[in-house]
Design a protein around this ligand. Structure first.
Ligand SMILES: Cc1cc2nc3c(=O)[nH]c(=O)nc-3n(C[C@H](O)[C@H](O)[C@H](O)COP(=O)(O)O)c2cc1C
Length: 160
């Protein structure tokens, strides 16, 4: 097995998009910035996210069994920062959103969203992998927010 620092160093060289994964428990929305997101299957439509079990969001997703992956546009960098720990309470104050099937927030201006019901949860070390059955999704044109080498990036690409 390699060391944690070698692993972290190599992972810094992996470019990703940035999402905010939202959930809803007892009528209270919660979200976290997350880039461990991947498609799993098309039949049935399924994806995965990896969530630290020490994150407050973990409790929301594991108990409500719903989450929504919001793929951020470049102009939503301030939301990525906000949902990565800067705002502890009233996270969604002045954040515009609607809902789809599950009731988890769908952020206005996200370039795609995937509304999910939890199919499976697997514990791996500090994190849980949630496999979500996608019950609703949309996409719109825009420039995605990127993340690479510890910083937010504009990869100079655009989805139509
Ligand atoms: C670019 C970026 C990607 C992140 N990806 C993840 C991730 O995949 N899983 C995770 O658990 N935390 C991830 N985080 C950290 C969480 O956003 C952060 O711990 C957050 O404060 C958790 O909030 P909560 O405790 O209110 O749920 C990421 C942070 C950043 C800035």
């Amino acid at each position: 097995m390699t060391t944690a620092s070698a692993f972290k160093h190599a992972m810094r060289h992996v470019p990703t998009g940035v999402t905010i994964v939202t959930s809803l428990r007892d009528g209270e929305p919660r979200g976290l910035t997350l880039n461990s997101f991947a498609s799993v299957a098309v039949e049935p439509p399924a994806l995965l996210v990896c969530v630290n079990r020490e994150a407050r969001s973990y409790l929301y997703i594991s108990s409500s069994r719903i989450f929504c992956v919001n793929v951020l546009a470049a102009e939503q960098r301030h939301l990525a920062e906000r949902f990565a720990g800067k705002v502890r309470e009233r996270q969604f104050d002045e954040v515009a959103y609607t809902v789809d099937v599950t009731g988890a927030p769908v952020l206005d201006a996200a370039i795609a969203h995937f509304d999910c019901e939890v199919m499976e949860e697997h514990h791996v070390g500090s994190h849980s992998i949630f496999i979500g059955a996608v019950v609703g999704c949309t996409a719109r044109s825009g420039t995605p927010l990127g993340y690479f080498n510890g910083g937010y990036r504009d990869f100079g690409i655009r989805a139509e």
